[in-house]
Design a protein around this ligand. Structure first.
Ligand code: PEP
Length: 249
């Protein structure tokens, strides 16, 4: 039985003045949410403050990215051992904004995934197609390529301690959500692709959906058999909306 996960990706948002009330109201509402595991992924600079506020609560802390290197002359990077130092549990890798704005390719994403695992962080591997790739009928091919890059480097067993997030790029931050049927079809494809190598791992791995999830569409998406929660961008910055999404999982 897979336990649903709802992870909030704050992206490049927030300030010392806003994160405190946001976390406070999430904490106040979280007691009502028993089923799903909840995580928040603030910008790096706020991780220590958020971690301190969440100490002793059931909410986990995640990072939005990680270096593929553990230490050394890599200016501007933050490594997995550093994230571990601050009690971080999850780490998003291969988010479409990293892939498409900063040009991070499958190989670098796979190395970041490996770096997270070396430090016992759980990577949340984002995969997903561009609109034109979907329109050309290439969704499965793109998602398979993104998954295979990680399997090639780390082996299928790496997915024992990892999460996958299917995030169609055309649905991220656009207000256009995949239909529950579209999401389910790709989630089932991902699970089948993993099952071809290891049925047990495929059965146990959590596959989140991300892309304009809101309080009013979350329960239909999360009720699909292969959708195990969500990676939530914009709506994770509004406590009421985020709590409602968590309650739907
Ligand atoms: C995301 O950034 O991972 C995301 C899904 O964003 P949004 O929910 O805003 O579409």
């Amino acid at each position: 039985m897979r336990r649903a996960l709802v992870a909030g990706n704050w992206k490049l948002n927030g300030s010392l003045a806003t994160i405190q009330p946001l976390i406070k109201t999430i904490l106040a509402g979280i007691e009502r949410i028993q089923q799903a595991e909840i995580a928040v992924c603030p910008p790096y600079i706020y991780l220590p403050a958020v971690q301190a506020m969440l100490m002793g609560s059931p909410i986990a802390v995640g990072a939005q990215d990680v270096s593929d290197q553990d230490s050394g002359a890599f200016t501007g990077e933050v490594s997995a051992p550093m994230l571990r130092d601050f009690g971080v549990r999850y780490c998003i890798v291969g988010h479409s904004e990293r892939r498409h704005i900063y040009g991070e390719n499958d190989a670098l994403t796979a190395r970041k995934f490996a770096a997270a695992r070396r430090s016992e962080l759980w990577p949340i591997l984002c995969v997903g197609e561009l609109l034109e790739e979907r329109e050309q009928g290439n969704t499965e091919q793109v998602v398979a390529r993104q998954l295979d890059a990680v399997i090639h480097l780390e082996g299928i067993s790496a997915f024992r301690d990892a999460v996958i997030a299917y995030e169609p790029v055309w649905a991220i931050g656009t207000g256009k959500t995949a239909t529950p049927e579209q999401a389910q079809a790709v989630h089932a494809f991902i699970r089948q692709r993993l099952a071809a190598q290891d049925k047990r791992i495929a059965e146990n791995v959590r596959i989140l959906y991300g892309g304009s999830v809101k309080a009013d569409n979350a329960s239909k998406l999360f009720s699909q058999p292969d959708v195990d929660g969500g990676l939530i961008g914009g709506a994770s910055l509004k406590s009421g909306e985020f709590l409602a999404i968590c309650g739907a999982a």
